[in-house]
Design a protein around this ligand. Structure first.
Ligand SMILES: [Fe+2]
Length: 142
């Protein structure tokens, strides 16, 4: 009997929360841009670092029709003191596609990827600096 009442009560609470006007629903989480990661529009505490930390993404078609994606962070690699640690490529739903880790004693902060010819939509690149955090940029693949 107690279990039945508990279940009925739970159902009532669940139903009530579904029927609340939007203004009374849980408050949405704040945007992570400008805090958890940085963008050109939301550079947060690194406003002076946009040019040297925002990854630049370009796409070109190969002879076989694939999309060659290049990601460059115009940062410079200063040994392990200050460098770009990695690039990541994410699809339009922020799902991981690929990443490139850099050895700052040898590598420039440049990475290349091949996408299928039929890829369409947004493509995101992340660039991680060991001192100036994580930067996100996007291009639209048409
Ligand atoms: Fe940096």
């Amino acid at each position: 009997m107690q279990r039945r009442n508990f279940l009925l009560g739970s159902a009532a609470v669940a139903t009530t929360s579904l029927l609340l006007p939007l203004g009374q629903q849980a408050v949405a989480a704040p945007s992570p841009a400008g805090g958890l990661y940085y963008t050109a529009d939301q550079p947060g505490r690194w406003a002076a670092k946009v040019e040297s930390h925002l990854p630049q993404i370009t796409a070109e078609s190969t002879a076989s029709g694939e999309r060659k994606i290049s990601v460059v962070t115009d940062h410079g690699q200063h040994g392990y003191k200050h460098y770009i640690v990695k690039h990541q490529l994410l699809d339009s739903e922020y799902r991981f596609i690929a990443e490139t880790l850099f050895d700052p004693t040898q590598d420039e902060a440049m990475s290349h990827y091949l996408l299928p010819a039929n890829y369409r939509g947004r493509l995101y690149a992340l660039s991680l600096c060991n001192k100036h955090d994580l930067w996100l940029n996007m291009i639209e693949i048409t």
